[in-house]
Design a protein around this ligand. Structure first.
Ligand SMILES: CC(C)(COP(=O)(O)OP(=O)(O)OC[C@H]1O[C@@H](n2cnc3c(N)ncnc32)[C@H](O)[C@@H]1OP(=O)(O)O)[C@@H](O)C(=O)NCCC(=O)NCCS
Length: 152
C-alpha cells in the first residue's frame, strides 16, 4: 500500500536511506530533516506492515519539484513499487500545479521507464544544487544524471 508517511515511519525511512547511502545510491538524510519534511514523503507499506519503500516530492520553485530519496528495499525491488512511489509523487505534483519534475540519479533506466528524459545538468536552475553541497562527490566527482518530466 502506498500512503503518506507518518511520524512513526521516520526511523525506518532513516534506516533505509542510510543503507542505500552507504552504496552511494542516494544522500542520507538526518532524522531531524525527515521529521520536518515528513509531509513530503510517501511510503510503501507491505502486507506485514513493514515500510519497504519511500520517495520524497521536494518543491524547489513555483513550477519545479524534485523526486528524491527514492528507495525500495532489495527484497521488494522489481515489483513495481518504485514506479508506484514515483507516480504517487507525480500525482501530488500535478495537484499542486507543478509543471516540471526532475531527479538527480544513477538510476537512469528506471526513470526513463517512467517517461523522464535526460537533460544537461547545466540546464537546471542553480538552486537545484543547494542540496548537493552536502554530497562528498560534489562537484568534481558527481556521477549522477539529471532527468526531467514535463507534467504541465
Ligand atoms: C531504483 C529503485 C527505486 C527502483 O525500484 P523498483 O521497485 O525495483 O522499480 P520498479 O519495479 O517499479 O521498476 C519500474 C520499471 O523500471 C525498471 N527498472 C527498475 N530498476 C531498474 C534498473 N536498475 N535498471 C533498469 N530498469 C530498471 C523495471 O524493470 C520496470 O520496468 P517496466 O516498466 O518494464 O515494468 C530501486 O532499485 C532502489 O531503491 N535502488 C536503490 C536506491 C536508489 O538507487 N534510488 C534512486 C535514487 S534517485
Amino acid at each position: 500500500m502506498i500512503r503518506k508517511a507518518r511520524i512513526a515511519d521516520v526511523v525506518e525511512i532513516h534506516k533505509m536511506l542510510w543503507h542505500f547511502s552507504k552504496a552511494e545510491k542516494l544522500l542520507a538524510r538526518s532524522l531531524s530533516e525527515l521529521y520536518t519534511t515528513v509531509r513530503d514523503i510517501v511510503v510503501f507499506e507491505d502486507e506485514a506492515g513493514r515500510i519497504a519503500g519511500c520517495c520524497t516530492l521536494h518543491i524547489v520553485d513555483e513550477d519545479l519539484a524534485e523526486i528524491r530519496s527514492l528507495a525500495v528495499l532489495e527484497s521488494h525491488q522489481r515489483r513495481g513499487i518504485g514506479r508506484d512511489l514515483v507516480e504517487a509523487c507525480i500525482s501530488e505534483a500535478k495537484e499542486l500545479g507543478i509543471c516540471k519534475l526532475f531527479a538527480l540519479t544513477g538510476e537512469v533506466a528506471f526513470f526513463e521507464r517512467l517517461g523522464f528524459q535526460l537533460e544537461d545538468k547545466e540546464d537546471l536552475p542553480h538552486k537545484v544544487w543547494w542540496d548537493c553541497r552536502h554530497c562528498p562527490k560534489h562537484p568534481n566527482y558527481c556521477d549522477e544524471s539529471a532527468l526531467v518530466l514535463d507534467i504541465a
